[in-house]
Design a binder for this molecule. Structure first.
Ligand SMILES: [Zn+2]
Length: 108
């Protein structure tokens, strides 16, 4: 664990990055597009909705390995804000009040 003060005043508590090659963006920061619809891959600099899937397929970096390599928090999702919002909506839609009460009544 170490603290990095960046030139725009952010103080970031990150894991120690282990990546030693060239990279895009910054260690400890997952760059996100202005629309919140994509995040930037540190390895190749391209933008992806689901970075975790891309990093695994193209760079052989699993989500945990990617976070460790670039000093991201373990809680950082490797996906765009808009994608995560849609995923939350799907989950909320699946669990309806009817299903919740029906589940309770079925317990004898
Ligand atoms: Zn990449």
């Amino acid at each position: 664990m170490r603290h990095m003060a960046t030139d725009d005043g952010w103080t970031l508590a990150t894991e120690t990055p282990t990546w030693d090659g060239p990279y895009f963006g910054r260690f400890g920061v997952l760059a996100e597009g202005p629309e919140g619809d994509a995040v930037q891959c540190h390895v190749c600099g391209d933008w992806y909705v689901k970075l975790g899937t891309h990093a695994n397929a193209s760079h052989h970096l699993g989500a945990d390995a990617y976070r460790q390599a670039f000093g991201l928090r373990k809680s950082t999702a490797l996906a765009s804000t808009s994608y995560r919002a849609k995923a939350r909506q799907r989950v909320a839609h699946l669990i309806t009040p009817e299903q919740q009460s029906g589940h309770r009544e079925s317990v004898h």
